[in-house]
Design a protein around this ligand. Structure first.
Ligand code: HEM
Length: 237
């Protein structure tokens, strides 16, 4: 018999789904601002391999001449990003969920096995709780990226008032570059995350929407009906 198991607490689901559109607005409005002074590229000397971002990209997305709009959106929604992120991290600590998400001693070694498994090179996955080792590293990394985006953002928003922070980050130019790189990393995280979610399938996606997952009948269920198990309880075993 299939069983229904609890997976994601309500609070985590709210934080997750609030974060998604807010981060999307932050990236979008960041693009509107960046257009006004688009200095970054991949290349050497006079040779440019990739310009961030080509005119065709800007034109296709209707980005040019919207600096003021970008700034007002960015500086308004940053509050939601910061408050939602702060409450999420606070919740992780208060609820004990941090134990399921932060990497442990084995995570680095195991994450390599997860990669080999995902590439169909290895059959067996290392045993896991709520998240596998690669997920633990990625999800914890994205939390630090969020903190990094806020700090570098503050440093370039008010470089005089936050001059201590700005200097700590290597000065205005460095802080700006760090802010930009973090945004690129967020976009890459997002792409990989979506691919993994699609591969993991509907049951997994439903989990982050409803909070529950349906488990197949193996191993044989102990009792009848619905079983309410939370992964944190699994840790106590
Ligand atoms: C860029 C925005 C996003 C970020 C930063 C993000 C980040 C995260 C994080 C940190 C977790 C772990 C949450 C926890 O348990 O505390 C998570 C889980 C999850 N996310 Fe996202 N997410 C984003 C967008 C999305 C989108 C658009 C989807 C679906 C289309 C999605 C689907 C999922 C699913 C299904 C899980 C649960 C994975 C599992 O149980 O194995 N996420 N996400």
């Amino acid at each position: 018999m299939k069983t229904i198991v609890k997976k994601h607490p309500l609070a985590i689901r709210w934080f997750h789904w609030i974060n998604f559109p807010v981060l999307a607005v932050m990236i979008w409005s960041g693009l509107l601002i960046y257009w006004a002074n688009d200095i970054y590229r991949v290349g050497w000397g006079d040779k440019t391999v990739l310009k961030f971002f080509p005119d065709s990209f800007n034109k296709a997305l209707n980005i040019p001449f919207r600096l003021a709009e970008g700034m007002s959106l960015h500086f308004f929604f940053m509050w939601f990003f910061a408050i939602n992120g702060f409450l999420y991290v606070l919740y992780l600590f208060i609820s004990g969920e941090w134990r399921l998400i932060f990497p442990n001693k084995k995570s680095l070694k195991e994450s390599w096995q997860v990669v080999l498994h995902d590439l169909h090179i290895k059959k067996r996955m290392p045993p896991q709780k709520k998240y596998n080792a690669a997920q633990r590293i990625a999800y914890t990394g994205v939390i630090f990226m969020g903190i990094g985006s806020l700090l570098t953002g503050l440093a370039i928003y008010k470089p005089v008032q936050f001059n201590f922070l700005c200097n700590l980050l290597g000065g205005y130019e460095w802080a700006r570059a760090e802010h930009f790189i973090l945004t690129i990393l967020f976009t890459l995280f997002f792409l990989v995350h979506i691919i993994q979610v699609i591969i993991a399938g509907w049951n997994n996606f439903r989990g982050i929407v409803t909070g529950f997952e349906v488990k197949p009948p193996t191993p044989p269920p102990v009792g009848e009906g619905t079983m309410e198990v939370h992964p944190l309880n699994e840790l106590k075993k």
